[in-house]
Design a protein around this ligand. Structure first.
Ligand code: HPA
Length: 275
């Protein structure tokens, strides 16, 4: 157990959720997944699945965004114990950085050592068509907030090289064109203007979304190893004439879900070996 200098109330909330998770059987889990918009179907790959609605978890914040179911799926993938968070809450819904990271922190308390964060994102490259999968190699935090306590500030390299290279290797074997890039996390809820997208390209971003960054920081600060995949569901504003919209994001996410799920399913046993 690592309290890591969290404010007492934040710590108490994490402790309460962790106890609730443990009571629901979240123990001896090797890999956790956080599933983004439209990507929830990966949970269908989980065998011996036990579904825990968020309503049964004490202190678990719940999303009202379409495409985000509110449940944890606990079980096995290829013999590896996993848990998938199907649906997450966002800062733009009014939740705090502590709220959006409570579940990953609680999972870390339950002994989960690895997490794969996934999301839908807008792509900043003309040659990354919707449906492209991008492994997150780093991020830019433009959300204006952080879940980190002062003494956690050392967590500057959240994205784990080893987990990343496992995912790259599996993609290569599957002949899946997985690109790599930097994820810019913005607050939302509106999509960006074309001028903002030009700024993001200039600061070195390859994809833009409204989640993931706080979770990556908190998970790493809690001692977890972190990997991430963005499903590029649309061209970011101004990259083409298309204007991003949430329906397209969900639709493309669903279409890409098969290759996304194949990749993560095959990677799971190797991810679980990374110490
Ligand atoms: N911008 C921000 N978030 C997103 C986008 C986008 O273009 N697509 C999916 N999530």
């Amino acid at each position: 157990m690592k309290a890591a200098g969290l404010a007492p109330i934040v710590n108490a909330q994490v402790t309460r959720l962790a106890a609730s998770l443990a009571k629901h059987g979240v123990q001896n889990v090797d890999v956790a997944f956080v599933l983004g918009s439209g990507l929830g179907v990966f949970a269908d790959r989980i065998e011996k699945a036990r579904v825990i609605p968020y309503t049964e978890l004490e202190g678990m914040p719940m999303s009202s965004v379409p495409g985000h179911a509110g449940k944890l799926v606990l079980g096995e993938i290829r013999g590896v114990r996993v848990v998938a968070q199907q649906g997450r809450v966002h800062l733009y819904e009014g939740w705090s950085a502590d709220d959006v990271t409570r579940c990953v922190r609680a999972l870390a308390r339950c002994g989960v050592a690895r997490v794969v964060l996934t999301n839908a994102a807008g792509g900043l490259h003309k040659d990354w068509p919707p449906g492209t999968l991008m492994r997150i190699v780093d991020h830019v935090n433009m959300q204006g907030t952080t879940p980190l306590a002062a003494n956690e500030a050392g967590a500057l390299k959240p994205w784990d090289l080893e987990l990343g290279s496992v995912i790259d290797g599996v993609a290569k074997r599957q002949k899946l064109a997985l690109v790599r890039g930097v994820y810019a996390g913005l607050l939302g809820p509106s999509y960006e203007t074309p001028a903002e997208v030009r700024m993001l390209a200039w600061v070195g971003a390859d994809a833009v979304g409204m989640s993931t960054v706080a979770e990556a920081l908190a998970a790493r600060a809690s001692g977890m190893k972190v990997a991430g995949i963005s499903c590029i569901t649309n061209f970011a504003a101004g990259i083409t004439q298309d204007v991003p919209n949430h329906e397209e994001v969900i639709e493309v996410g669903k279409r890409a879900a098969r290759s996304f799920s194949d990749l993560l399913e095959a990677a799971t046993p190797e991810l679980a070996q990374v110490l």
